[in-house]
Write a protein that binds this ligand. Sequence first.
Ligand code: NDP
Length: 285
Amino acid sequence: GIFRQYNTKAPSETQVIPLFSLKGKTAIVSGSGAGIGLAVVQGFAEAGANVAIWYHGNKKALDRAAEIEQKYGVKCRAYQTDVTDYDNVKEVIYEIAREFNGRLDIFVANAGIPWTQGRMIDGELSHYHKVVATDLDSVFYCAKVAGEIWRHQYETGLSMTGETLQNYRYGSFIATSSMSGHIANIPQLQSAYNAAKAGVRHLCQSLAVEWVKFARANSISPGYIATEISNFIPPETKAIWRGKIPMGREGEAHELKGAYLYLASDASSYTTGTDIVVDGGYTAV
Ligand code: NDP
């Protein structure tokens, strides 16, 4: 049949804290020159991973990488990448897999842009295409290449540079969806973004089954997090949202580190095909 079961293995370690370690692992995080992505990179570096930052226009990412190397004693480099360009994504992932001990363990597809044109009826179709290309197509591109590497690592037991992989278990793919992928989130008037984010969540759920032999796939759905992505939103609209958050405040990017670390690490060895909502209770009401 089409659906296959595989005999995956539980980690031999049964104490919980060591399972959260990313020591010796390689992670790539897209959209990580600032905001949520940068917090994720800091969390991974603190847990011992070597991390590749991906940025597009924000050249400060280069300074952030140098600071992280210094602070956490891991390898951290910044790469300029356009996630809407499949050839570019492929080229940079392979470059990193070669430069970082030949291996890839974790990929976080986090880059994204908001819908900024109000009601969809009044918006430009070209903007719709840009939102879907950046927020959904890009996740498919990153997953396609990371999945190819993880299949290779699983089938051969070798890194991309031909060395035997030490302590390799499975790949972990995490995409940043949004609470807007769960609810209509009307005050923002951004159905195109919402549809793209729902697509991201379901893509991960589907990949989890397709990839079960060699990698896990999950998504994270943040609620309102104080970052630059919402700079364009008028203060009155922000006040409406804030009034709907049971915890009474926006989240800080660093409050997402724990959820990403859980899914990236062997602490989540039996977690695949799921989504973690981190929204101060917004969607619980
Ligand atoms: P930021 O605007 O700080 O992060 C978005 C990142 O995406 C930027 O670093 C940007 O890179 C990158 N990016 C945009 N377009 C491209 C592209 N074509 N190629 C490569 N990189 C690109 O905001 P956040 O940290 O908030 O956003 C991170 C993710 O979290 C997004 O997917 C967003 O949709 C999601 N999210 C955010 C929420 C929030 O309230 N903040 C809520 C729910 C989800 P650069 O700056 O270098 O151009």
